[in-house]
Design a binder for this molecule. Structure first.
Ligand code: NAD
Ligand code: GLY
Length: 368
């Protein structure tokens, strides 16, 4: 991907006093310092939180940009991986913040993928009852989804993202050029999240993604840029309509009830989040067909798209009891009911609260 061929985009997530901009521009990583001038009256101290993989690639660029703008920068570098999205890493961030003595108005900057972004946001929401934070997402998944909307969390042995808060960033600063160093498997998993917006609310986007998958996988600048800004627009619209997931925002969890169960039953070791969600989406599509909500062939259409993106489409085998137990810990549940996001068609998702355990047993049996 080269710098010349991608345009820049700006969205405002209008949430009243919690409003913020999403800025998408190739090369903008080195401009973060000047952008901070629009948010903070004068530069003081800040902390960049990143991990051992991303820091050697991009920390210095961000640090230089901030220091040139007058910021005193400290850093906290975490181990890399979903398995470190834990209370221990949260404590590591807290210790670093205490040592750096950041005060209430001094920001933390999340430089990384969804893991770093979610943990940094949660730490920012807790430290001194809340300090500002900036999202600088460096994976496709984080650029199309997790950096926008203020869901922050760490995992607990009982379930993924079980400890967290809604806490909006002050700015989302997206440089698509950083995706050049991302492993292709991570690119694919992130593309699954962009396909998700098409499945939930934009059939034309689903068709466009299908037609442009090869270019996206080859990091074609125009295609990636369109994919990121269309995804951010969808995410921003949904978050503005339902910031704390009282209704519509739950639709963004298409594939997650099953996907989170897959991640937890495989101990977060086998599949990337986007891969698990892709498989979970196939299960949701099959369930939608079995319950006569979606036309026959919906699952096949989605599978063809995932296969073209080389995403895993074979559902791992577990007993129905194991599935139901794993899904019983899903955050979207109210009381003992498990809530599912189903499809009426591609581009038309809805929240189903009346799916019986027998329907899930029949679904699981269909994979035997
Ligand atoms: P990740 O943060 O683990 O990043 C994937 C891998 O890519 C890591 O090894 C990371 O170090 C590396 N990496 C990141 N940027 C890189 C770059 N530019 N070049 C080279 N390597 C790079 O995974 P992810 O897919 O970004 O995020 C998954 C997490 O996001 C999960 O924990 C999930 O729960 C969370 N999530 C949150 C939301 C939300 O709304 N908050 C939405 C979706 C997912
Ligand atoms: N990724 C789901 C949400 O932000 O609501």
């Amino acid at each position: 991907m080269s710098k010349q061929i991608i345009e820049s985009h700006l969205y405002n997530v209008d949430l009243g006093p919690r409003s913020y901009d999403i800025h998408i521009e190739p090369g903008c990583l080195s401009q973060l310092g000047s952008a901070m001038g629009n948010i903070f009256q004068s530069p003081t101290r800040c902390m960049i939180i990143s991990n051992i993989t991303i820091a050697p690639l991009y920390l210095q660029t961000v640090k230089d940009s901030l220091q040139q703008a007058g910021w005193q920068v400290s850093e906290c570098i975490l181990p890399d991986g979903e398995r470190y999205k834990t209370m221990q890493s949260f404590e590591q961030i807290m210790d670093a913040l205490m040592q750096a003595k950041l005060s209430r108005n001094e920001p933390v900057i999340a430089l990384g993928g969804g893991v770093v972004g979610d943990m940094t946001g949660f730490a920012a929401s807790c430290y001194r009852r809340g300090i500002p934070f900036i999202q600088v997402p460096t994976t496709v998944l984080a650029q199309v989804d997790s950096s926008v909307g203020g869901k922050t969390a760490i995992n607990h042995p009982h379930g993924k993202n079980m400890i967290g808060a809604f806490y909006q960033p002050k700015l989302v600063w997206i440089d698509p050029l950083v995706l050049n160093t991302l492993e292709i498997r991570e690119v694919r998993a992130g593309i699954a999240e962009a396909i998700k917006y098409g499945l939930i609310r934009d059939a034309a986007l689903f068709n466009w993604m299908q037609n442009n998958l090869d270019s996206a996988l080859n990091l074609d600048g125009h295609v990636l840029s369109t994919m990121i800004h269309t995804s951010c627009r969808h995410k921003a619209e949904v978050v503005m309509a339902d910031e704390t997931e009282q209704g519509m925002r739950a639709l963004l969890n298409l594939g997650h009830t099953f996907g989170h169960a897959i991640e937890s039953m495989t101990h977060y070791e086998t599949y990337l989040h986007g891969e698990a969600v892709a498989m979970g989406t196939l299960m949701a599509a099959r369930l939608s067909e079995q319950l006569n909500h979606a036309p026959t062939g919906t699952e096949d259409r989605i599978r063809a798209c995932y296969q073209a993106a080389d995403l895993p489409t074979s559902i791992p085998s577990f007993s129905a009891d194991a599935w139901l137990d794993a899904m019983g810990h899903d955050k979207k549940n109210i009381g003992s009911r498990i809530r599912y996001i189903l499809l009426r068609d591609i581009g038309d998702a809805f929240l189903a609260e009346d799916v019986s355990p027998d329907a899930i047993r029949a679904l699981i049996a269909s994979y035997a």
